[in-house]
Design a protein around this ligand. Structure first.
Ligand code: UN1
Length: 503
C-alpha cells in the first residue's frame, strides 16, 4: 500500500472519525468506509441523525441572515481564501480521493484542480452577478432587475466526483450569498470530511461558521429531511436518473427548485476523415478514465463503416496495454470500481450483453485480485440491444457501425439520456450538422475532443433524463439566486401600464 501521509496533512489520520463528533460531525450510527484499492476497512464515520440535521439547518438559516448582507465581492474574498487552501492541499486531497473512490492520482489531483478553477471563477463572478435594466413604457419610470440570494441550498453529490461537484455548487452559491448543506455520497465521506475541515479552517476564524455545512448520513435518515424541507429553496442533486426522479418529484411537490445533473449515455461519432490517433486517445480517456464512472464517460462509439475495422483493431491493441491496479501507483491507468455493488452491476451487464448477442471483443471479466477491479471491455453492439440504452457505471464501451451521418445522429439521440456527445471529423458540413438544431440533443456537444473532461467555464448538464440542470460556468449562477423585477416611479403621476385608465 502506498504511504498514507496525506491523511495527516489533511488532519484525518485518526481514522476513527467518531472522535471528531464535535460541533460539526454527527452523533448517529457509524458508517464503514472501505477503500476500493484493496477492499479493506479504513475508517468509521459518525453519521448525522435527525437532531444533527435540525442543528445544522438552524445554524445555516441563522448565519444566512448575516451572509446575505455581506457585499458579494467580500464573499468572493472568502472564496478566494478557500481556493488558496485547496491549492495548498491539492496533492493530499487528490490522493485521498484516489484512495477513497479509486480514480488514479492524476485524476484525483485533476479533480482538486477543478475545485480550484471553479473557486477562482466564483471570485470573478462575485463582482458581476449582473441584472438587466429595461425601458419602462411609462414616463419617468425606471425598471430593472436584481438578483438576491436564495437561502439554504441542499447539495447532494455522488461518489465519482466527491469534491468537484460540491465545489461547482458551493463556490458559486457562496458568492451568490447562499448558505449550503452538503450531503455527500455515503461511499465517499472521508473526502467530504477533509474538505469540510479545510472549509472550517478558512471560514471559522472569519466568523462564517455555518455558511457551508456537512451532513454525512443515509438518504433515509437525513437525505429525505433535506429534500422535503421547505426551508431549503433549492436542492442541487447529482446521481442516477432514478435518484433524480425521486428527488425531483419530492422537491416539485413542495414547489421548490431543483437542479438535477443525472445519468449520461454519451457517444462519440467518428467520421471517415478523422485522425485515428486523436480518436484513440479521446476514446481511451473517455471510456476507461475513472474506470468508466464519470457521468460524461464515453459509453457508445459510432464508427463509420469505412474505418471501423481499423479503429477497432487499434482499440483492442491499446486496451491490451492498459495497466490496471492501485490508483496511487503512478504507472496505473485504470483503478478499481468504487465497491462490490459496482462490480456486480458490471457482471450483470456482461451477462445481459451475452444474452442480447453482443460480441465481446475485449475484456468482460472481473479481475482476480483484492479490491474491486474489472477489465475494461469492448463490445460490438447494435442499438436494438436494451443494455446499450442504460448507463452502467463501468468501463464498458459499445461499438456501432454506420454509413450515413444522419443515421448515426438518429441512433445517437435515440437514448433517454442527453448529457455529453462528440464528433470527430475535419469536414465542416458534418460538424455543423452535428451542432445544428437537428444534430446532437445533448447539453454538451464537442468536436474533435471526447465526451468527458469538461472545463468549468461552460454550463455543465444535460437534457431529457439527464435532468435539464446546469452547473458550473456561464450563467448557471442564476439558479442559485432569486430574480426580482423592480419598477420605480419618480414622476408626480400614477400612469398605469397598457394605457389603462382606471376611475
Ligand atoms: C461527473 O461525472 O459527474 O466533464 C462530473 C467531466 C468532469 C466532470 C464530470 N469535468 O468529465
Amino acid at each position: 500500500m502506498t504511504k498514507l501521509d496525506f491523511l495527516s496533512e489533511l488532519g484525518i489520520e485518526d481514522m476513527n472519525l467518531g472522535g471528531y463528533s464535535d460541533n460539526w460531525l454527527g452523533s448517529g450510527d457509524d458508517l464503514d468506509c472501505i477503500t476500493p484499492v484493496d477492499g479493506t476497512l479504513i475508517a468509521k464515520v459518525k453519521q448525522c441523525n435527525s437532531d444533527d440535521y435540525e442543528n445544522i439547518l438552524q445554524k445555516s438559516t441563522d448565519i444566512f441572515k448575516k451572509w446575505r448582507m455581506e457585499p458579494a465581492p467580500k464573499r468572493g474574498e472568502v472564496v478566494r481564501n478557500l481556493a488558496n487552501a485547496f491549492r495548498e492541499h491539492k496533492t493530499a486531497l487528490g490522493k485521498l480521493i484516489s484512495w477513497e473512490m479509486g480514480k488514479i492520482q492524476a485524476e484525483g489531483e485533476g479533480e482538486v484542480q477543478e475545485m480550484i478553477d471553479i473557486a477562482d471563477y466564483a471570485v470573478g463572478l462575485s463582482r458581476q452577478l449582473y441584472g438587466k435594466t429595461m425601458h419602462s413604457e411609462r414616463p419617468n419610470h425606471r425598471m430593472y432587475e436584481q438578483w438576491h440570494p436564495l437561502g439554504a441550498v441542499g447539495i447532494v453529490t455522488a461518489f465519482n466526483f466527491p469534491g468537484a461537484v460540491w465545489a461547482w455548487n458551493a463556490m458559486i452559491a457562496a458568492v451568490c450569498g447562499d448558505v449550503m448543506v452538503w450531503k455527500p455520497s455515503s461511499k465517499t465521506p472521508l473526502t467530504a470530511i477533509a474538505i469540510q475541515k479545510i472549509v472550517n479552517d478558512v471560514m471559522t476564524p472569519l466568523g462564517w461558521d455555518g455558511v457551508m455545512s456537512l451532513l454525512v448520513g443515509s438518504s433515509r435518515d437525513v437525505g429525505e429531511l433535506l429534500v422535503n424541507d421547505r426551508r431549503m429553496p433549492l436542492i442541487s442533486a447529482t446521481g442516477s436518473c432514478n435518484m433524480g426522479r425521486k428527488i425531483g418529484g419530492a422537491v416539485a411537490k413542495r414547489l421548490g427548485r431543483s437542479l438535477l445533473e443525472l445519468g449520461g449515455n454519451n457517444a462519440i461519432i467518428v467520421m471517415p476523415d478523422s485522425d485515428p490517433e486523436l480518436i484513440l486517445r479521446a476514446v481511451l480517456f473517455g471510456a476507461v478514465g475513472t474506470s468508466g464512472q464519470r457521468c460524461t464517460s464515453t459509453r457508445r462509439l459510432f464508427l463509420h463503416k469505412s474505418i471501423s475495422s481499423s479503429i477497432i483493431e487499434k482499440l483492442i491493441a491499446s486496451y491490451s496495454q492498459i495497466k490496471i491496479g492501485d490508483p496511487l501507483n503512478s504507472d496505473t491507468l485504470v483503478g478499481p470500481l468504487v465497491d462490490g455493488k459496482a462490480v456486480q452491476d458490471y457482471v450483470d451487464a456482461i451477462e445481459i450483453i451475452k444474452k442480447e448477442k453482443g460480441k465481446i471483443l475485449y475484456g468482460g471479466n472481473v479481475m482476480q485480485m483484492d479490491g474491486f477491479y474489472v477489465e475494461p471491455t469492448l463490445v460490438k453492439a447494435n442499438m436494438g440491444m436494451n443494455i446499450v440504452r442504460e448507463e452502467t457505471f463501468a468501463p464498458i464501451l459499445y461499438l456501432f457501425e454506420f454509413e450515413d451521418l444522419n443515421e448515426a445522429i438518429e441512433a445517437h439521440n435515440s437514448v433517454d439520456q442527453g448529457l455529453s456527445s462528440s464528433i470527430f471529423t475535419k469536414d465542416m458540413q458534418s460538424v455543423e450538422k452535428f451542432l445544428s438544431h437537428s444534430g446532437s440533443d445533448c447539453g454538451i456537444a464537442n468536436v474533435n475532443i471526447g465526451t468527458s473532461g469538461a472545463e468549468i467555464g461552460g454550463a455543465f448538464g444535460g437534457e431529457k433524463d439527464t435532468g435539464g440542470g446546469r452547473e458550473a460556468g456561464s450563467d448557471s449562477w442564476k439558479v442559485y439566486m432569486r430574480r426580482q423585477t423592480n419598477t420605480l416611479n419618480w414622476s408626480d403621476d400614477l400612469p398605469l401600464a397598457q394605457g389603462i385608465e382606471f376611475g
